[in-house]
Design a binder for this molecule. Structure first.
Ligand code: PXL
Length: 280
């Protein structure tokens, strides 16, 4: 007997991101998070990286036409409830993706602006940042920078970066065209991690989380994908952000260290809890 009817469809999320062979970040993180949260992931690869759990050695950007072809093929076939953007490795890729998502203005877009890894590997140059601001921000429902990325994306009227204050960064980022920005506080020198969601009228919600002692790879990808999953399930934006932080914190608390470098989030922590319970 099948518990699901023949026409059942899980909510479907299309993620554009780069391959991370460690399974910590990138498209692998998106796929695991979306699947763990009951969504079906569509995945468009934007770049291939060479890395281990300690750092990135190389990045091969995928040709922009190939990115566009991957996306168009699935979009013409399958209904999508949310878009999620991760690492975009060239100006041409950013332009191609911006053109595609412009054809789907009603689909929410969660954009994690991956400018560098948590370990300091740089992924975006100034031209790419300009292209993100000009072509993608105006189409973004929610941008999810960490505080370092927020400071690089917050350009004042002269186009200069000069604000250390995160509320001011949020104001400048929203004036570049996105609806909401969630600035994560892992890199700030605070006892707890404070993540703040801003909208056009200022702070929407601010959540504090116990700071975990390990160094983690893939937390930002996990958080942005979890928000996309929640929006695809129909949650409103503030609730999607709150629940996704809770999920992400649990993946980190259950994190494991498979190699010599960073810890990886366990996106399936709940399945292991169930398996343990049934072994008892
Ligand atoms: O965590 C950001 C990130 C996203 N995507 C890929 C990465 C990283 C960080 O290293 O490698 C592919």
């Amino acid at each position: 007997m099948s518990p699901v009817s023949a026409d059942f469809l899980p909510p479907i999320v299309l993620a554009f991101a780069a391959s991370d062979p460690t399974g910590g970040a990138g498209i692998q993180a998106d796929i695991m998070t979306l699947a763990s949260m009951g969504c079906h992931p569509l995945s468009v690869i934007t770049a291939i990286t060479v890395q281990d759990t300690a750092g990135v050695e190389d990045v091969l950007p995928i040709d922009a036409d190939w990115i566009a072809d991957q996306a168009r093929a699935v979009l013409e076939d399958v209904p999508v409830a949310a878009f999620k953007l991760g690492m975009l490795a060239s100006v041409e890729a950013i332009a191609a993706i911006a053109e595609i998502i412009a054809d789907y203005p009603d689909i929410p877009l969660i954009f994690d602006p991956v400018l560098a890894s948590g370990r300091g590997d740089q992924f975006a140059n100034e031209d790419m940042i300009d292209a993100m601001l000009e072509l993608l921000l105006p189409q973004t429902t929610l941008l999810t920078p960490n505080s370092l990325e927020a400071r690089r994306l917050a350009l004042d009227e002269e186009g200069d970066v000069d604000s250390p204050d995160l509320a001011e960064c949020a104001r400048l980022i929203i004036s570049a065209g996105c609806e909401y920005v969630l600035i994560t506080g892992t890199h700030e020198n605070s006892e707890q991690v404070v993540n703040t969601l801003y909208g056009e009228r200022g702070v929407v919600r601010s959540d504090k989380w116990q700071r975990l002692s390990g160094s983690y790879h893939g937390s930002g990808c996990t958080l942005a994908s979890a928000i996309a999953a929640n929006l695809a399930h129909g949650l409103d934006l503030a609730e999607a952000v709150r629940d996704a932080q809770d999920y992400t914190w649990q993946t980190l608390a259950a994190g494991f260290r498979p190699g010599m470098g960073q810890y990886l989030p366990d996106r399936f922590f709940w399945a292991r809890e169930i398996a343990q319970d049934s072994d008892r």
